[in-house]
Design a protein around this ligand. Sequence first.
Ligand SMILES: Nc1ncnc2c1ncn2[C@@H]1O[C@H](COP(=O)(O)OP(=O)(O)O)[C@@H](O)[C@H]1O
Ligand SMILES: N[C@@H](CCC(=O)OP(=O)(O)O)C(=O)O
Length: 373
Amino acid sequence: MARERVRDAARMVVKVGSSSLTTPQGMIDVDRVDALVDVLAARRQSGTQVVLVSSGAIAAGLGPLGLRARPKDLATQQAAASVGQGVLIARYTSSFARYGLRVGQVLLTADDMMRRSHHRNAQRTLARLLELGIVPVVNENDTVATDEIRFGDNDRLAALVAHLTHADAMVLLSDVDALYDGDPRKAGSARIADVRGPEDLDGVELGSGGSVGTGGMVTKVQAAKIATGAGVPVVLTAAAHAAHALAGADVGTYFHPGGRHPGTRLLWLAHAATGRGRLHLDTGAVAAVVDRRMSLLPAGVLKVEGDFAAGDPVDLYGPHGHPVARGLVNFDAGEIPELLGRSTRELASALGPEYERELIHRDDIVILEPHVP
Ligand SMILES: Nc1ncnc2c1ncn2[C@@H]1O[C@H](COP(=O)(O)OP(=O)(O)O)[C@@H](O)[C@H]1O
Ligand SMILES: N[C@@H](CCC(=O)OP(=O)(O)O)C(=O)O
């Protein structure tokens, strides 16, 4: 049975959403945190390495700050997260301590998933924590993440963490017991038990989440796509069914893994990043980048749009006006116009040796799925 892969996983990532951890008054729901920790601690004690990706910082900060609803502006969300993350981690620390287990707080930004040096660092830290028998408790570093470069939901972050830690399975716990083919609050919507490929999602209505959650089903399905695309099976179910889900029982929705293992760092670029600008390529450059997987040189770029800095993700457009790839650009937007159409050798002799480099290195490019008109 397919779900044995979850039952037998030696390392797993479990993600839990805000709605499963907090009360409507914006306080930590101690009983539900303890119930989740009971399940995770049992699994840890049976030898499985467990990484917990936990949302709830913003939701848990509402009560202490006297806020009635999730704030709309980023600064207040960040203030709530700053207060709530402390409360959340304190609760996990004492809850896991009931079993003699320790937790380690890991706060990540989207940048940490993207930039090579940060990425390796995060990977090393998580690996060491697991070796030491600690349960890493991961969340987005909400207080420093800006709107443009923020995950916002933890579903996709969890999928990247699953790939980063080479997890054998990922479990997404929410307030709904499965993916449904329509809004689960409406009569007639049916549970989808298995998703084997995109065709199983045809016609499925992916709605938004509750009042404290962010991503709804859209980001959960995206997360499942990232994880299964990296070979990691995913179960989506309610936090109340965590024990059954981890045991491989037939609850929730099981997303079957694919066989591909693309480079971890670029998974984010393909599935979770948005381009901060556009480079318009000529036909030769499209063929070089997409078909021959070569680096992008200034000679093949016709036009640049947007205001981005070196290291940002940009979309590469073909002559037909569709995005064909995305990459991490080596120059600021303002530097690029004078480079366009010129060979790297010519640029080096005119502007200096630091200009003899590609606009985007081949290792920093992902090819996007072909545009369907
Ligand atoms: N097709 C669907 N199947 C299941 N749930 C759905 C669907 N469309 C929308 N939802 C809603 O998504 C919500 C879960 O998303 P969200 O609130 O972001 O959760 P979390 O805080 O756990 O991340 C559920 O409460 C459910 O009402
Ligand atoms: N990092 C944020 C996550 C935001 C959020 O609500 O996510 P989720 O409940 O997983 O949809 C927090 O801890 O509040």
